[in-house]
Design a protein around this ligand. Structure first.
Ligand code: SF4
Length: 384
């Protein structure tokens, strides 16, 4: 079957066809996008979702040095900070007042392994490791507020997935890429040992074995080829086919920021972004495909034309600490632009409706909070 026939048939795209279409010319792009939209409208009709969240940057110390990262700091560097429990709770409570249902915990990967200062900070809080502290903060937010935690702490062992899944309905780790050569000297993942693709795939697989709803995705424009993008998407699809636990696949685009190692690297163009999203949709037509609107401003609604069905976490309160120069759109604007393309914008929880059942019964506290937050259909319960 040719790539054109695959598009017309509505069948799942093959690796071979994906490798052709991810390089589609501008001339062929409308045909690809139309096929992706048809697949999205067949499996995810009418609704575009988002999660109303607060961003909790628990610590920006990190043992990795990714070339595109503006978030991480070394101890003593300007802006280096590990949040106290009071700070965590203050942000979560402020989010609760603004109708948020997700506390997104973003943090560097195991900074205590290389920084004695982080070990001291953790000791002063009464914890042995960043993951122990994260677990306690997820528990605190779950107990004290109506927010549901969604941690993105980097690599996790089987034991830590079990522990964190008791205090959060879903977990996340971006695969980013399967391209091993990006760990070479001078490349995007130089001096970033936690970005070894095999280790990230192992974490995602372990979550699958335990049936934990999981968010992952790819990062485009960091030195990988179009074929690498296809390989990465297929690696995610393969794990989902085996375990059925990937609740969403994020397609994130690299944006240049001043002060990063990759500040002179080219950004992926809009066409590349649209092609990648469309191919992702056609490789896994029934899955949730997300792209963040703030990284595609000012014309972010174009992402809808490529087949996404989710905008990801959008905060009415906290900036995107990972991309601080790119504010999230105002929720009214998001609703207006989504509506102009013919969709209803619907607030979901950090765990997608079809995965709520998987998150239940991991702990009494989590089950009771989930029952309170989720409406009959599994989306965020609407305010009375
Ligand atoms: S992207 Fe994540 S792992 Fe890489 S340096 Fe930044 S915080 Fe650390």
């Amino acid at each position: 079957m040719t790539a054109q026939e695959v598009l017309r048939s509505g069948e799942v795209m093959s690796r071979e066809a994906a490798n052709i279409w991810i390089r589609a010319s501008d001339h062929a792009l409308p045909e690809l996008l139309a096929a992706a939209r048809a697949a999205r409208d067949r499996f995810k009709p009418g609704l575009i979702t988002y999660s109303r969240k607060v961003f909790i940057p628990l610590t920006n110390l990190c043992r990795d040095y990714c070339g595109y990262c503006t978030f991480r700091r070394d101890p003593g560097e300007h802006g280096a900070h590990t949040m106290t429990p009071d700070e965590v709770l203050a942000v979560a409570r402020a989010g609760e007042k603004r109708g948020c249902t997700e506390a997104l915990f973003s943090l560097g990967d195991k900074p205590e392994l290389i920084f004695p200062e982080m070990r001291d900070t953790l000791r002063s809080f009464g914890f042995r490791s960043t993951l122990h502290y994260l677990e306690a903060m997820c528990d605190l937010v779950l107990r004290e507020t109506n927010l549901l935690p969604h941690p993105n702490p980097g690599l996790m062992s089987a034991e830590w997935i079990t522990r964190l899944a008791k205090v959060s309905p879903s977990l996340g780790l971006m695969l980013e890429t399967t391209n091993l050569s990006l760990l070479a000297a001078g490349a995007a993942h130089d001096n970033a040992p936690d970005k070894l693709p095999a280790r990230r795939l192992r974490t995602i697989e372990e979550a699958g074995k335990q049936g934990v709803p999981f968010t992952t995705g790819i990062l485009i424009g960091i030195g990988e080829s179009p074929s690498d993008r296809v390989d990465s998407l297929l690696a995610i699809r393969d794990l989902h086919q085996r375990y059925g636990h990937i609740q969403e696949v994020i397609i994130q685009n690299f944006r240049v920021k001043s002060g990063i190692r990759m500040q002179h690297s080219p950004e992926p163009g809009r066409g590349e972004m649209l092609r990648t999203i469309a191919v992702a949709r056609l490789l896994m037509p029934e899955m949730n495909i997300q792209a963040p609107p703030n990284l595609s401003d000012p014309d972010y609604e174009q992402l809808l034309d490529a087949g996404i069905n989710d905008w990801g976490g959008v905060s009415p309160l906290t900036p995107d600490f990972i991309n601080p120069e790119r504010p999230w759109p105002h929720l009214d604007d998001l609703e207006r632009r989504t509506g102009a393309r013919g969709f209803e914008l619907r607030q979901r929880l950090p765990v997608y409706p079809e995965f709520v059942a998987k998150a239940m019964n991991r702990s009494e506290l989590l089950s009771s909070k989930l029952s309170t937050s989720a409406g009959d259909t599994g989306y965020a319960r609407r305010a009375a």
